[in-house]
Design a protein around this ligand. Sequence first.
Ligand SMILES: Cc1cc2nc3c(=O)[nH]c(=O)nc-3n(C[C@H](O)[C@H](O)[C@H](O)COP(=O)(O)OP(=O)(O)OC[C@H]3O[C@@H](n4cnc5c(N)ncnc54)[C@H](O)[C@@H]3O)c2cc1C
Length: 442
Amino acid sequence: MTRLYNWGRTLCAHGPVLRPATPAEAANALQRHRHVTPRGAGRSFGDAAIPNRGGTMLTERLTDAQPMEFDASSGILRANAALPQHAILSNTCPEGWLLPAIPGSRYITLGGMIAADAHGKNHSQTGSIGKYTRSLRVLVADGDLVDCSPEQHPDLFWATIGGLGLTGLVVDVELQLEPLPAGRVVSELVGFGSTDELIEVVEARHRATDFVLGWADGRFSPGRPFAGAVAFGHWRPDLAPPGPLPPFRSLRLPFSNPLPGAGWMAATLLNAVLRRKFRDGRHETADVESFFFPQDRIRNWNIAFGRRGFLEVQCCFPLEHAAAALRDIHGFLCETRTLCSLVALKRFGPGLPDAPLSFPFEGYSIALDMPVRGRIPEALNELDEIIVQHGGRVNPVKDSRLPAERFEQMYPDLERWREVKRGWDPNNVWQSALSRRLHLTE
Ligand SMILES: Cc1cc2nc3c(=O)[nH]c(=O)nc-3n(C[C@H](O)[C@H](O)[C@H](O)COP(=O)(O)OP(=O)(O)OC[C@H]3O[C@@H](n4cnc5c(N)ncnc54)[C@H](O)[C@@H]3O)c2cc1C
C-alpha cells in the first residue's frame, strides 16, 4: 500500500501500486486487478491519476523498455510514453527539433500529455499535442496491445487523445516534431488594466507572435481592476542558434509549510514575485527550458501550500464570449474576495473536434490556482455556472470537483466517447477517482 497525492495535494489515496517494467508485465498485472488507474509523473492537479478502487499503474519503470527512436531528417519521434518531457527535449533539441506543444513542467510524461491532450503557450499557433500524434500503442482492457492512428482504429485513437487514461495504458507514441528555430526566446511584456484591454492587446498581436502568456494579479476584492501583463514571446536565432540544452538547475523544498496560513503566505509571495516579472515594457530573454518551465525551478513547489493544498480551475471560452466571460469571472472573484496564487491567461487556436474529450478550442483560457481557504470549494459552484452560461468548459485533468452534470453540459460529444469506452473496456477496468466523479465509469 502506498500513499498517492494529486499535485494540488487536496486528495490522498492508499492502494496497491503496480510498477511493470514491460508492456507484458503490465498486461499480466491487469489479470490480477479488476480496476486500474494509469499514472505518469503525478503532476495532474486534480483526481485524474488518483485511483477509484483497485490498483494504480505507475509507468516510471516502463522507460526500461525501448526508450525512443528519432529520425533527425524528418523530425519523427517514436517514444516510450513513460518518458518525461526533459528526456525527450534533451535528445531532440540538439538535433534542431522541438515538441510542438509543451505543457509547463519538464517532468510531465508523454503518456500524461496524450491523456490530457496537452497544450502550450503556443496553442494559438500550433494546437495541442494530439494534432501531431501519428499513432499510439495502447494496452487495452483485455490485455492486448493495439496500434491505433487516424487510419487504424480511429475510434480508439481519438478517444485516447484527451481520454484521461480511461481507454488504456499508452505505451508508445509516434509524433511529428516541429523544427526548433533558436536557442533563446525573448518575451516582451505589455500591461493591461481590464479584461477588455487584455483582449484588445492579445488580438492586436498574437498572430505575429510565437508564444502568448498572460498573468493577472491574483488579489481580488471589490473595486480592484483585472490588471496584469501579457508576455509575447519570439524565437531569436540571432541570439542563439538551436543546440544542446544548458543544464537545468532546480531547488527542492525540504518540507511542507506546517503553518495554518501556508496557502495565504504562498499566494501572497507568488503574487509579489510575479508582479515584478510581469511589468509593462519589460523584456526577458530565456533559454529553452527556462522559458517553458519556470515553475520547475522549485521542483516540489506544490508543498508550499501546506496541509490544505490548492485547487486549480482552468476553463476556456469561445472568442465571441471571451470578453463577457472574463468580466463575469472577475466579478465573481472580487465578490468572493478570492486569493489566487496564479492567474494564467492563454489565447487558444482551433481545437481537435475528432477527440471528444480534448479540452482546448478557439478562444481564451484562464487558469486560477487557489489555495484552499474558507469556503472556496463551495463557492466554485457559482463559477461553474458562469462557465456554462458563456459556452465554456473546464479542463478535466486539472480539476477534482466539477459535478458530472456540469461536465456533460460542457462536453457535448461525451456520448460518442462513452460508446468507444464501452466497446474497448466494457467492464471499466481502466478507471480513476475522476471517472467515478464524472460518471465516466460506473
Ligand atoms: C507546473 C505544471 C504546469 C502545467 N502546465 C500545463 C500546460 O501548460 N498545458 C497543459 O495542457 N497541461 C499543463 N499541466 C497539466 C499536465 O499537462 C497534465 O496534468 C498531465 O496529464 C500530467 O502528466 P503526468 O505525467 O504528470 O500524468 P499524471 O498526473 O500521472 O496523470 C494524468 C492523467 O494521465 C493519465 N496517464 C498518465 N500516463 C498515462 C499513460 N502512459 N497512458 C494512459 N494514460 C496515462 C492518468 O491516468 C491521468 O488521467 C501542467 C501541470 C503542472 C504541474
